[in-house]
Design a protein around this ligand. Structure first.
Ligand SMILES: [Mg+2]
Length: 362
């Protein structure tokens, strides 16, 4: 394509929404009842726009994040629609401020929307644009911090829906309660169900080693974030002492965090968060890094775009499936017979259900 006909970035449309959860999500540190999301459209001079979703965890960060993304528009307006090039330019621009926190979220919003726009301009699914092929991805369902009965019920529901894996939030006052939850889920969902657990960083490394000595006999596929996400030495201690694989990654900001964690041998598996790792551009680097070390890659949230990225990840493992943001999507990710179906929709699979977006406008 001649250079003078390359599509360019004309502007952003940024909207904030608060999407209520169908069922409140219980965690060890409180109940999540809604998703505060910023929806970004990057508009190109072709008239084609690319879309992205970022999640601010708390509504208090919603407006500042939306404003930050909008403020970044002037930095890329008129630039060629070339996501990796724009990523390098913005990374350089923010070297002094840093590219974590809200800045990192804003940069990821732009990156994901640019990749979506690029795929749409070429009328291609993201997977094809990246040189891959769509294939089914194995999803696991989320079980909240809901106690023995609640977790057993949720496990049974996922099994009924055909899911072959589930992950529960644990970190109850005693390890005996953690074990009771795991056993109740296994009983409810059957012996073939793959079970993972997530401590959401709530233990000290010493406590984690003590608990894992007991949990090691429960046949868990992984134990996630047993201690503070950025305590790589602590995670490495736990990983050395435990037989059950350790899973980390959702709180790594950029691939340098991931590289440091891998160098410290903090985690057996990795599960980058497409937002915190730096959008599609960051994910592709993370996938390469994991591939060079032979480490299995799962994702954190963002099932639509993550399922597509897992299709292009050589060491792809599990898809973390959640349906929290389905209401605002025209075509949410489908799960059939226990597998997530990556369709041939153009772009990253993010198309707005405008009526609902307007209804949940913040
Ligand atoms: Mg987690």
């Amino acid at each position: 394509m001649p250079r003078d006909s390359s599509p360019t970035i004309q502007g952003f449309r940024v909207r904030a929404v608060r999407v209520p959860m169908t069922e409140p999500h219980q965690t060890a540190s409180g109940v999540i009842t809604e998703s505060p999301l910023v929806l970004t459209d990057v508009i190109t001079d072709t008239g084609i726009s690319g879309h992205s979703i970022v999640f601010t965890y708390t509504a208090a960060a919603l407006k500042p994040t939306a404003e930050l993304i909008q403020n970044f528009e002037t930095l890329v307006k008129g630039d060629v629609l070339a996501p990796a090039e724009v990523e390098q330019k913005l990374a350089k621009r923010f070297r002094l401020l840093g590219t974590q926190g809200l800045v990192g979220i804003a940069l990821a919003a732009i990156d994901m929307a640019l990749w979506d726009a690029l795929a749409r301009v070429h009328s291609m699914p993201l997977v094809r644009l990246l040189g891959g092929l769509e294939k089914p991805v194995r999803p696991y369902g989320a079980v909240g911090y809901d106690g023995v009965q609640g977790c057993a019920k949720a496990a049974e529901d996922w099994a009924t829906r055909g899911f072959t894996g589930i992950k529960a939030k644990i970190g109850y006052p005693t390890v005996q309660e953690d074990v009771a939850v795991v056993r109740a889920m296994r009983k409810a969902a059957g012996d073939d169900m793959v079970i993972m657990v997530d401590y959401n960083q709530c233990l000290t490394p010493t406590e984690a080693v003590e608990r894992l000595r007991i949990l090691d006999d429960e046949g868990l596929t992984w134990v996630e974030e047993p201690t503070l996400a950025h305590d790589y030495a602590g995670h490495a201690l736990v990983a050395r002492e435990a037989r059950t694989p350790i899973q980390c990654g959702e709180n790594w900001w950029g691939t340098l965090d991931m590289q440091h964690a891998i160098e410290a041998q903090a985690s057996d598996f990795v599960m980058p968060d497409v937002m915190k790792i730096g959008g599609v551009t960051g994910w592709l680097r993370a996938a390469t890094l994991a591939h060079t070390k032979g480490i299995r890659v799962s994702n954190h949230l963002w099932p639509e775009i993550s399922a597509r990225l897992l299709c292009c990840t050589p060491t792809a493992h599990w898809l973390e499936y959640v349906d929290w943001w389905n209401p605002i999507l025209a075509e949410p990710l489908r799960v059939e017979k226990g597998m997530a179906i990556v369709g041939d929709a153009i772009g990253t699979g993010v198309e707005w259900n405008e009526d609902v977006v307007r209804r949940f406008a913040a």
